[in-house]
Design a protein around this ligand. Structure first.
Ligand code: CP
Ligand code: NVA
Length: 292
């Protein structure tokens, strides 16, 4: 059965996820190969900043023959107190799908509850499934398969770490998360959790990191986060402790000198700029799955 929404990635079966990654790979080779959104509109609601998500959704929707309608919350009646329920009803009468970037996961869930068109999580405090789909595509392109790969995530156990753990397990990728006390993920089925970055990267095919201060973290917590997470920097030395041929990944935006060194960010083993491009291909495959 086709999933009705994508809030965490768990809505997809393992087979659907593998098909989505294969289709994304095909989309990359055939950018205008699908017209699934011909003369249809997709609403993209942004309550948080974005570069990649906005750019890749907008360009991807156009390549699928559709029209992206970016809505900044402060321009809508949501900012003046109109309910999520009423907004979801109105959008559902006019668009083919709704993407939302916000803070609370409950807000996206409420949207999905009331919308009669697919709702896509474009990042919440808890999840970033579209990023994880693009990352699986990046792994598949590098290694030719997903099953049996190991991905180590070092740093803050945040939304990106959680989505990698959830979606990775569905795809047969072992995800090992190294984070210090107080910044670790809650247990996620199939994921390995440790506070030792060297243990996490042992035999890993990819080493991944993300910012230490996320959009939904308070500014006041920033200094404590930087101190606690400093030993988890993705450096050449840490990458060298992974499997031979391991690649470095980062969802971006990066803070070179904090969670990743400049030499890894721009080095030979990074596939970070591929990841940024792969957002478009993976999201196109997702839109096709949800809207066909
Ligand atoms: N990786 C990612 O989601 O980037 P943006 O915040 O720029 O959209
Ligand atoms: N964890 C980061 C990801 C940005 C794409 C954040 O939520 O800000």
């Amino acid at each position: 059965m086709r999933p009705s929404d994508c809030l965490t990635g768990e809505e997809l079966s393992s087979d659907q996820l593998h098909e989505l990654i294969e289709r994304a790979d095909w989309m990359k080779a055939n950018p205008h190969g699908s017209n699934v959104l011909h003369q249809r509109t997709v609403a993209l609601i942004f309550q948080r900043h974005s570069t990649r998500t906005r750019v890749t959704f907008e360009t991807g929707i156009v390549e699928l023959g559709g029209h992206p309608m970016v809505l900044r919350t402060e321009d809508t009646q949501l900012a003046r107190g109109e309910s999520i329920r009423d907004t979801a009803y109105v959008l559902s009468r006019n668009v083919a799908a709704i993407g939302i970037r916000t803070g609370p996961d409950e807000l996206v869930q409420e949207f999905a509850e009331h919308a009669s068109v697919p709702v896509i999580n474009m990042l919440t405090a808890g999840h970033h499934p579209c990023q994880a789909f693009a990352d699986l595509l990046t792994l598949r392109q590098e290694f030719g398969h997903l099953q049996g790969l190991k991905l180590a995530y070092v740093g803050d156990g945040n939304n990106v770490a959680r989505s990698l753990a959830i979606v990775g397990a569905l795809a047969g990728v072992t995800v090992s998360v190294a984070a210090p006390d107080g910044y670790q993920l809650e247990p996620v089925a199939g994921a390995q959790l440790t506070d030792d970055p060297h243990e996490a990267v042992r035999d890993a095919n990819a080493v991944y990191t993300d910012v230490w201060v996320s959009m939904n973290d308070s500014v006041e917590s920033a200094e404590a986060r930087r101190q606690a997470l400093a030993p988890y920097q993705l450096s050449d030395e840490l990458l060298a402790a992974a499997a031979p041929g391991a690649i470095a990944l980062h969802c971006l935006p990066a803070h070179p000198g904090e969670e990743i060194t400049e030499s890894v960010l721009y080095g030979e083993r990074q596939r970070i700029w591929d990841q940024a491009e792969n957002r478009r291909h993976a999201q196109k495959a997702l839109l096709e799955l949800l809207c066909a």
